[in-house]
Design a protein around this ligand. Sequence first.
Ligand code: MV4
Length: 452
Amino acid sequence: MFKKILIANRGEVALRIIRACREMGIKSVVVHSTADASSMAVRLADESVCIGPPASSASYLNIPSILTAATLTGADAIHPGYGFLSENAQFARMVIEHGFTFIGPSPELIEKMGDKVTAKQTVAELGLPVVPGSKGGVENAKSGLQDCIDMGFPVLIKAASGGGGKGMQIVRSAEDFTEAYNTARAEAKANFGDDTVYIEKFLEKPRHIEIQVFADSHGNAVHLGERDCSIQRRHQKLIEEGPSPILSEKLRDEIGTLAAETVRKLGYLGAGTIEFLYEDGKFYFMEMNTRIQVEHPVTEMITGIDLIAEQIRVAAGEPLSVKNRNGFRFRGHAIEIRINAEDPETFAPSPGTITQFHAPGGLGVRFDSGVYTGYSIPPYYDSMIGKLIIHGRNREECIRRLLRAIRETVIEGVKTTLPLHQWILQQPEFLSGDYTIHWLEQKLAEKAKKQG
Ligand code: MV4
């Protein structure tokens, strides 16, 4: 087993990894920017190394500095967390070339899944259902239009190097195709340096449901159930829950088994998430994320499995502690809310100093955050300052407990999204569990209109 792990990240996920390391008897090193010198991660890690000024490009994305810190502190392995370098194949390659273990899948698979056209082709061949669409990248406007006519409008044009919704174009009729196609290519080129686009049938009212998968180097692959992430705004998830309120046990088993089989055939290693759109009882592959995700605690709460510890174990060559579906049971319901330092009405970032802080507690309440009274939220990074994750015996108990926990949370000095969460959790559509990925944006637009 590793003796020392370097954490190439910040905030709540750096803390999360430190906690797993300490429980496993592994020393932790965090790297940090000058803006994070007084973070909880720096205080709680066994060692810390300042690697640069505040800008991410000069610190958390600075590969030479991170590798130097790993060398100087004698780390065995590097955990990238989420965001930053977590899905950068070149970084994973350099970590390995410098003699460290990268806690994640192989650089080849990171690369393969980063190219959305290759990813879709690969998983389709391995048996996952995909959205009908163009065969690979579109060659030219003429063949693209023919693809659309074959599959029928509306269609969605997506960037091969994209993800997260950037540079997508909805096209509802043949007349609008060529202009949208040119716009999509120009945006793809500008954003990702690659103008390859592909076309899919546009699903009008899907939900976003993702399957947590895990694989080790001994041929074991499991799925740990799903997370429903349909409550989002502008591709930013706000609430995630498991199990999905609309999925039957039979469907979960079917798609979960397919997902686990897929990663086993891929020769995948570690934690992964296969994202699907779900509409009218059918799943369609969207993307595969090759990192641990923000919302992984939802799965931890309903399975009792420490996903970070499993990542570390399988990266060190050990077998998964749960080799198959007989190794654990799904228990109850979990919901996570992301607490952002943002204006709950305008979503504008609200950095500043937290003047008063109190975390909620009690049965089934987990608060993952690095904030404390007197902590200053730096303006340089994303606005998520913590996550509140609740477990209950069923969805109703979970929602009541979540509302109770929000009421006892104190975060003063900055604006947060807590009031927005309180509002969402009381909407009849949320309570019924019946909504699409567009529900929140539509509901917020209606609310703004009413308030004039
Ligand atoms: C889609 C779709 C409808 N039909 N693909 C958005 C992010 C990117 N990863 C894929 N996305 C979508 N792909 C087809 N064929 C709708 C979306 C989409 C979406 C997906 C998940 C969560 C939120 C979303 C918000 C808008 C659009």
